[in-house]
Ligand binder design. Sequence first.
Ligand code: NAP
Length: 243
Amino acid sequence: MSKRTAVITGASAGIGAATARALAKAGFDVVLGARRLDRLQPVADELAGTAHVLDVTDPGSVASFADQIPACHVLVNNAGGARGLERVEEADEEHWRWMWEANVLGTLRTTKALLPKLRASGDGHVVTVTSIAGYQVYDGGAGYTSAKHAQSALHRTLRSEHLGEPIRFTEIVPGLVETEFSVNRFGGDAERAKNVYRGLQPLTAEDVAEVIAFAATRPAHVNLDQIVLKPRAQYDAVRSHRE
Ligand code: NAP
């Protein structure tokens, strides 16, 4: 039997790169997408996978990415992130636009483009990495939390709209994961980013990737709808125990 193909967006770093590794280890052919090919290609090479440039905020880029993929059994909508931590009063529209484009419209475009191939596979699976920010709000976070709420609503709607088809839908809902997420959120300010994880042991990208691989390797009739995972020391988006 030929190998099943898993497509991972945002696979040049963090959760996406770790997921590509975990799915390759689980026996999938992996196709990786992200904007930085210099970061993406070495991960693909290590896994005997394929790397394609992908900017999920650009409809043309998503279309040509999807065109280059012959088959798709699993799609991991992982590309995304946060920009800034301004209160609504000081909201930066460029930050909002990026967060909505990357997390919400990016997931919409990529899923739309690959749904025909997921359906044709006879056993498709869409995994979307949202966040606990998709279920809770916090001060300064409205741009990100509103985008993650919308991305989650989009994903859960798909779960309902495709009932009866051979496609599973799993939402991965992580709390604090130490990746380049916070450095990117704070425009490269590594000190500020480090403070996000101060005094507690955050999840690693690999912790999340293992859970995604578990969901993707269940038998075809088993749909893990939603998986919430947080560090032991984190209660929710605003309350953690820090040493
Ligand atoms: P990360 O280390 O910053 O990685 C983000 C990845 O997304 C990179 O590979 C980046 O690659 C890619 N990406 C960003 N914009 C993109 C675009 N326009 N088109 C294609 N790829 C793009 O962050 P991460 O923590 O792994 O984040 C992965 C996902 O997990 C995000 O959706 C994030 O919201 C979610 N999440 C993270 C946490 C956390 O605490 N870290 C918690 C909950 C949820 P390029 O720059 O090369 O394009």
